[in-house]
Ligand binder design. Structure first.
Ligand SMILES: [Fe+2]
Length: 262
């Protein structure tokens, strides 16, 4: 994608977001957080594309995907008063619909248009479904990595400031205290990331965040996990249970093996 198309998408996004501002010019707090998340994800997507040696055109496409991937959050929140997909709609499908209905992608070309739409649609699925085209796959992988990099930090911030504990609706209605769910620990031991449906307490939420390292694809994403001490931050939130420590140790080993390989 040429630079001028990226600029056009950024301009469109800014105008689209403005529609959700109140009379005071402010977004609802959770939407402001989503806006900031989208900007950081776009930056990381571009940075990783650059580290991977992608062309400028592909880095532009990666950045556009970063800015657009959560665009459905805005109407989701206004319509359902929640960002919980479980209690409303799949926000990735909503993002896909917004991008599909608006004229934002007109002119970017069929291949880039499909890459953007595929990356948006599959960014939040537990696994990338088989059958994603060869053209789209690198972009689907990149947005999933970039998105996780930021969610790790946001999650750490929300827990370490007690925000999540004070807002039970963000916690899927599970208690803030509790031992690790043994079935969840068993699944993570097989080096798989686990679905949110296995969360029985905030501890499980923390373990699932750690398990996401098994779904990270690109070396530059592992580098960023290392540089930002993401696992150290997540580990500091864990209770002193042997299972939790074991999961943390395995996750550390995995990141180390992927960063050292380069
Ligand atoms: Fe998302």
């Amino acid at each position: 994608m040429q630079q001028n198309y990226l600029q056009e998408i950024q301009r469109w996004f800014g105008e689209y977001v403005d529609e959700f501002r109140g009379q005071d010019g402010q977004l609802p707090r959770l939407l402001q957080l989503k806006l900031e998340h989208s900007v950081r994800v776009a930056e990381d997507a571009r940075g990783m594309a650059r580290d991977l040696g992608w062309t400028d055109a592909d880095a532009n496409t990666a950045e556009a995907i970063g800015i657009l991937h959560d665009v459905g959050r805005f109407s989701q929140y206004v319509e359902f008063k929640t960002l919980s997909d479980r209690h409303s709609i799949n926000h990735a499908a909503r993002s896909w619909e917004v991008v599909d209905q608006e004229i934002v992608l007109s002119g970017v070309g069929t291949t880039d248009g499909q890459r953007i739409k595929d990356a948006i649609l599959y960014h939040n699925q537990i696994e990338i479904p088989p059958g994603v085209s060869k053209d789209s796959l690198p972009f689907v992988r990149l947005i999933r990595d970039a998105d996780k990099l930021d969610i790790f930090m946001v999650f750490h911030e929300l827990v370490s400031t007690n925000h999540l504990q004070q807002h039970p609706e963000l916690l899927f209605g599970v208690p803030a205290d509790g031992p690790p769910n043994p079935e969840l620990v068993d699944l993570i031991r097989t080096q798989r990331n686990a679905p949110f449906s296995m969360i029985k307490s905030l501890t499980d939420f923390k373990l699932i965040q750690m398990s996401w390292v098994y779904d990270i694809h690109y070396p530059p994403a592992f580098d960023r996990i290392h540089e930002r001490d993401i696992l150290g931050k997540l580990e500091s939130l864990l209770p002193p249970s042997p299972e939790a420590r074991e999961v943390a140790g395995l996750a550390r080993g995995h990141v180390k093996s992927r960063t050292a390989r380069r």
